[in-house]
Design a protein. Structure first.
Length: 229
């Protein structure tokens, strides 16, 4: 199948692209950065998803993983929400090959914790996901979101490499762990390749934190809503 992954140059997007490639699928990555993925099945497109006219023409997209996202204040909505809308509307229109769509939201879309523009962008993304799910359901296309808690990526080094902050996070995370990139890529593959019956859902994957002990720990933010285990 032909698969599009946004934000494919690093982190979750890169891990997902590699997972799809390992399963023998053709992958098109979109990112503002270059990629180090080397595979005959991989094509990398350097483009800014905030600009709908900059998106590459890719025919026959079967799977779309809207992963690209930032956490930079006021710019978050333009990238995380508007960018995902641009990508989705481009590749779902008149596309009879489409099979599944997945959005990378965030646990903050449910909890409201973290930073204002980021929370708004991710909560908006979940609402938009459900709008898309309604529109593509008659075509047999599934459309869902994953809302991840802590993930072991370089973008989280600021807390992962601070012993005090990391301990504070582990103290309030029921499973005493964060999700690995391999775990995330397994979820992504399952929801887009195996799943044919679940649609319009926002799946929370956060090692139990939100349901069992909702908190948020970050430098200059403190420990929000901390409650004893």
């Amino acid at each position: 199948m032909r698969i599009v992954v946004t934000g494919a140059a690093r982190g979750i997007g890169r891990a997902a692209a590699l997972k799809y490639l390992s399963l023998g699928h053709e992958v098109h990555g979109i990112d503002i950065r270059p990629s180090d993925i080397d595979s005959p099945l991989y094509t990398h497109h350097i483009a800014d998803i905030r600009e709908s006219g900059a998106l590459p023409d890719i025919d026959g997209v079967a799977v779309l993983f809207n992963n690209a996202g930032i956490q930079q204040g006021e710019a978050d909505i333009a990238t995380n929400l508007v960018g995902a809308i641009n990508v989705t509307e481009k590749y779902i229109q008149g596309n009879d090959a489409l099979r599944s769509i997945l959005f990378n939201a965030s646990a903050s879309s449910i909890s409201g914790q973290e930073f204002p523009h980021y929370v708004a962008s991710k909560a908006g993304l979940v609402g938009y996901m459900r709008n898309v799910a309604i529109r593509v359901a008659p075509r047999g296309v599934t459309c869902n979101a994953i809302s991840l808690g802590g993930v072991l990526t370089d973008s989280n080094d600021i807390v992962m490499k601070d012993p005090a902050l990391w301990q504070a996070i582990m103290d309030v995370t029921p499973l005493r762990k964060w999700t690995t990139l391999d775990e995330v890529s397994e979820w992504v593959a399952f929801l887009t390749l195996t799943n044919r019956s679940m649609s319009g859902q926002n799946l929370l994957i956060d090692n139990g934190e939100m349901q069992l002990n909702p908190t948020f720990v970050w430098p200059d933010y403190g420990v929000q809503n901390r409650s004893p285990l």
